[in-house]
Design a protein around this ligand. Structure first.
Ligand code: BGC
Length: 893
């Protein structure tokens, strides 16, 4: 290198030194192998799959970094594995860029911990080996269960939650111990007084009579030699729904008093094992939880507490014997997904004394979860905690927007209202265990005066504990707040299955979920929850292919709302998982289900047009034909099926469904498209965006239809005039076709109807209705208008999946430099690492910075008509530019 400094100047020597250090650091920087997961979980336990998926990430910031080969080793001895000896599976050095494999070594054994690591060769042929990760098998086979399903002797109408306990001696030296618990209902498990794990509302909701989940814990540290005690507390959950509402969950075919089956398997230092199981030796009593409903609330009478009930030495002579019960289903399988947790503690922002016996707490934001209260008062004082999303004119909690489907049979089960009866023994804390709510406000009233301060109440935001994998930031405060609110609503509606709202329903509404799935996948690593929910779909499907509109379901929803515009989840979600993770497992698992579903629609509607569906739900004013939107979703499902057939090499199916897709597309276009004008039907926003978004518009007319759409938006004063199906499609329909600024003009509105209108009116979540004064359909925590959260990545950052190379193996990068924004940053961590796309304005130039993770590539396209430079070099190809992994900066004029 040349330098203007004198040859022997101290500066020169320092510079040379720095360069040397940098060079050495760079040379040894190589690849790091991170993110080792099994079935998308870090070091999981209790795995049932005989061929679990093992995956890793090559972390290498160098330009063009890629994996040229891998070698994976699995063994039961971590010390040996460290020396390179793998006794279960060792692949050859395989020349491949693949970063996910199905385990394919010696048959996995139950109750066994496997260690694994992977060596990866980089672009220069240099290898690096990961740290050791593990996965542990569970029972693997239903016949391995030793315990008996037990319950107390009460029937399903009994209100108090039951306690169960069992004490036993362990004499030998314990090496390790695992608890396997399968529950019909909800549970908390204790060993020697300690609560096991930090999951909440376990196990996840399934159609209990078809599939019941069991959960595994490491309980080595909780057991001791000598006397031990196990305690189990059971809640009702969706299994024993006692509250009554319009969906009749109280009449569920699986309904019964909660029951459980437990095996605690202890391995001793001498290599022997012993299993302590649920059975007739156990005893039961009623707990202080005098009522619990997943739907409404929990009532707790602290005067009924039995200190030490889950510890050794407790005198349980007054406790009763248990009864044996049949298993809820024959299908007891491992719960292999992120659990629900209380993720965030939210201190009350303010407290107001409304009258002598009533206080109002405000969390300052809307959440799903529970509140916890700490209070002191006279024994027998009954405290009611009424949870609401809004306040009435008088300043009291107002539930009129969320209790409309509730049909109580008496006044003993008030909606979203916990009841806490004090024991009078000093300061007492209550937080419900078997319920959650949607709320911002808690109105606390008591039948005897109590003193409360702001610090006495906290909220806990609960949801499936999925890791954030995306972030957005921009020069617009409103945009940033909408993104945040979208995530809040997405998470508020993620409880082991996607829901519509955390207060009024908690139902797994299909339509809401497929609309929100891209937003979810850009922002959170949610695959485990969706894979479980797709199994719920397969559990629910009728032999003729029909699915209910809510999943899981007690039978409700096979008659209403279950057309393709909603239940297309069966195809769209597996497809999106394939797009985001590059993993076709769920698409394969659902293949027959999708086929049965579309065949059924084809039988019912041979013309290719179907009127089965709800249509563009909660519209502003324009109403589009149900046949139009439903047929578009029918087309989408068939199209996905045809692509899946191609992927899985099913040539006959591919031919059949490509032809059917074409027939539906032609039928839609023949009836609704005016080819001369480029207008579908009446030319409303939904009518022009849905066919653009779902690929129904003939290629030659795309530009024309998009132009009509842009004109329509101007005519509608740059505001939305669409329901949920239109709102899903419109932003990308515009930005994908050269009208990103028009899309942004809708997305950035702050007057009715718009996302920003909600925000300027104080929203911290997304709503169910554009009209914030609506008397009906006004939950304040719905995700069905949530596509905007995905559009920020796609439409502005330009981070798009490439169907030909999914899982962001190749990224279609199409940034849009929105005129009204000064800067925009987006990043998403996919299977290959973190993709970054950000840009900022500098005078007349936009500086665009992009990071393409190792082992992946991008195809970069700039908006047409732009001049692009890298340093001072002008880039000639500004569309379809192939980019290797690494970080790059472009100047765009
Ligand atoms: C739910 C919606 C759902 C709709 C279907 C409503 O009650 O809250 O989000 O999609 O019903 O009609």
């Amino acid at each position: 290198m040349t330098t203007l400094l004198p040859k022997h100047s101290p500066f020169n020597r320092i510079l040379v030194c720095i360069l040397f250090i940098l060079n050495t650091a760079f040379a040894s920087a190589g690849a790091r192998i991170t993110g080792l997961k099994c079935e998308y979980l870090a070091n999981p336990m209790g795995m049932d799959s005989p061929h679990p998926r093992l995956m890793w990430v090559m972390d290498d910031a160098r330009q063009g970094a890629k994996q040229t080969a891998y070698q994976l080793s699995v063994g039961t001895d971590s010390v040996e594995l460290n020396k390179g000896i793998a006794n279960t599976w060792q692949t050859l050095k395989v020349a491949s860029a693949v970063t996910r494999l199905n385990y394919n070594g010696k048959a996995l054994q139950p109750y066994t911990k496997y260690y694994w690591r992977v060596s990866v060769w980089d672009k220069d042929g240099k290898s690096n080996t990961s740290a050791i990760a593990s996965f542990e098998t569970g029972l693997m086979d239903k016949s391995k269960w030793k315990g008996t399903w037990i319950s107390d002797n009460n029937d399903m109408n009994a209100k108090p939650a039951p306690y169960f306990r069992h004490s036993f001696d362990l004499t030998k030296k314990i090496k390790s111990a695992r608890a396997y618990i399968a529950v019909a209902g909800l549970y908390e498990l204790y060993i020697n007084g300690e609560k096991i794990g930090n999951h909440r509302l376990d196990p996840m909701y399934t159609r209990f009579d078809r599939r019941t989940l069991y959960v595994t814990y490491d309980v080595t540290s909780q057991l001791q030699s000598g006397e031990n005690a196990i305690g189990v507390l059971l809640g009702n959950g969706w299994y024993n729904h006692q509250s009554t509402a319009v969906w009749f969950f109280d009449k569920s075919p699986w309904r019964n008093r909660p029951a459980f089956c437990l095996d605690v398997r202890v391995t001793y230092e001498d290599g022997t094992t012993e299993t302590i199981s649920s059975g007739k030796k156990w005893k039961t009593a009623l707990s202080p939880i005098v009522f619990n409903s997943i739907y409404t609330a929990e009532h707790y009478d602290a005067r009924l507490e039995q200190p030490g009930w889950n510890r050794p030495g407790f005198i349980d002579t007054t406790w009763k014997g248990v009864i044996n019960r049949q298993a809820p289903s024959l299908n007891i399988v491992a719960q292999t997904m992120q659990p629900i947790r209380a993720i965030e503690k939210i201190p009350a922002e303010s407290i107001k004394k409304l009258d002598a016996k009533t206080y109002l707490f405000d969390l300052g934001r809307n959440i799903s979860g529970v509140s916890s209260i700490t209070v002191k008062g006279e024994a027998g004082t009954a405290i009611r905690l009424k949870h609401a999303e809004k306040l009435g004119k008088n300043g009291y909690a107002d539930q009129s927007n969320i209790d409309i489907h509730y049909r109580p049979t008496d006044d003993k089960d008030p909606f979203q209202t916990d009841i806490f009866i004090l024991s009078g023994k000093g300061e007492e804390t209550f937080m419900p265990r078997f319920n959650y709510k949607g709320f911002q406000y808690v109105e606390v009233s008591s039948d005897k005066p109590i003193e409360l301060k702001k610090e006495n109440l906290n909220g806990y935001f609960m949801h499936s504990d999925v890791e954030p994998v995306g972030s957005i930031n921009s020069s617009s405060n409103t945009l940033n707040k909408i993104w945040q609110a979208t995530n809040n609503s997405y998470l508020s509606n993620f409880f082991g299955y996607p829901t519509d709202c955390p207060q009024r329903e908690k139902n797994g509404w299909t339509g809401d979920a497929h609309i929100a799935s891209e937003t979810g996948l850009f922002n959170f690593d949610g695959i485990t929850i969706y894979e479980k929910w797709m199994a719920d779909h397969r559990d629910e499907q009728q032999p003729n292919g029909v699915l209910p509109s809510i999943i899981p379901s007690n039978g409700w929803g096979y008659e209403w709302g279950n057309g393709p515009d909603w239940t297309s989840t069966v195809a769209i979600i597996p497809w999106n998982l394939y797009m985001f993770y590059g993993d076709s497992k769920t698409l394969g698992d659902n293949y027959e289900a999708i086929k049965r579903y579309v065949n059924h629609i084809n039988d019912l509607y041979p013309s290719g047009l179907t009127t089965w569906g709800l249509g563009d739900w909660v519209p502003v004013k324009a109403v589009s034909p149900v046949e139009f939107t439903s047929s578009a979703y029918y087309f989408t499902d068939v199209n996905i099926l045809a692509k899946a057939a191609k992927l899985f090499g099913k040539a006959d199916d591919q031919k059949t469904y490509e032809a059917l897709a074409l027939k539906i597309k032609n039928a839609i276009n023949a009836k609704y498209l005016n080819t001369a004008t480029g207008i579908y039907d009446k030319g409303y926003q939904t009518e022009l965006s849905v066919p653009l978004y779902w690929g129904i518009v003939p290629d030659s007319l795309k530009h024309k239809v998009a132009t009509r759409l842009a004109e329509r938006v101007k005519q509608d004063n740059n505001h939305l005039d669409a329901g949920i199906l239109g709102a899903k499609a419109i932003l990308s329909a515009l930005s994908d076709n050269g009208y990103a600024d028009v899309a942004y003009s809708i997305a950035s509105q702050e007057t009715f109807p718009s996302w920003g209108w909600w925000i300027v009116n104080g929203a911290t979540t997304l709503y169910e209705n554009w009209n914030i004064q609506a008397d009906d359909a006004l939950s304040l925590n719905h995700i069905m208008f949530g596509e905007i959260g995905a559009w920020y990545y796609k439409g502005i950052g330009g981070i798009n999946v490439d169907q030909q190379s999914p899982g962001f193996k190749n990224i279609l990068l199409t940034p849009n430099f929105i005129e009204k924004l000064d800067h925009f940053e987006s990043e998403h961590t996919g299977p290959y690492g973190t993709i970054k796309s950000s840009w900022k304005r500098k005078g007349n130039t936009v500086e665009f910075a992009v990071t393409v993770p190792a082992n992946s590539t991008a195809t970069l396209s700039f908006p047409s008509g732009k001049k692009v430079f890298q340093g001072s070099r002008q880039i000639v190809t500004t569309s379809g530019l192939k980019v290797a992994s690494g970080s790059y900066v472009y100047l765009v004029k």
